[in-house]
Design a protein around this ligand. Structure first.
Ligand code: SF4
Length: 102
């Protein structure tokens, strides 16, 4: 996976529908109102939420996929998705309690 810094690919100085003018920036742009076609033209990559989470986790881990895998912050809401797939769509490959039923 390509590691790129999380910086805004477009200017916050441009007004878009739904944005509020702070005097310095137009904030609060709603991507649902902007639409995917314009987002891509603005320089964002069309990606799935799960791939965006994976990218965020690698960035959070200093750009290291290995460190993202080793993340110990199990309370983070992104933790179950940090490998780039939803565990809720996978069959379990391991057992809890050492393989004994609870
Ligand atoms: S699960 Fe949370 S704390 Fe861990 S790498 Fe992802 S974003 Fe960072």
């Amino acid at each position: 996976m390509k590691n790129t810094p999380l910086i805004a690919p477009f200017s916050l100085k441009e007004p878009l529908k739904g944005s509020e003018d702070t005097g310095q920036h137009f904030i609060g742009k709603n991507p649902l109102e902007i639409g995917g076609e314009i987002l891509v033209k603005m320089g964002l990559t069309n990606t799935s939420p799960i791939k965006a989470i994976r990218k965020n986790c690698v960035e959070c881990s200093g750009g290291s996929p290995k460190e993202a895998r080793l993340c110990v912050h199990t309370g983070c809401p992104l933790w179950p998705f940090r490998m780039g797939k939803s565990p809720y769509r996978q069959k379990s490959k391991s057992k809890i309690n050492g393989g004994k039923d609870a």
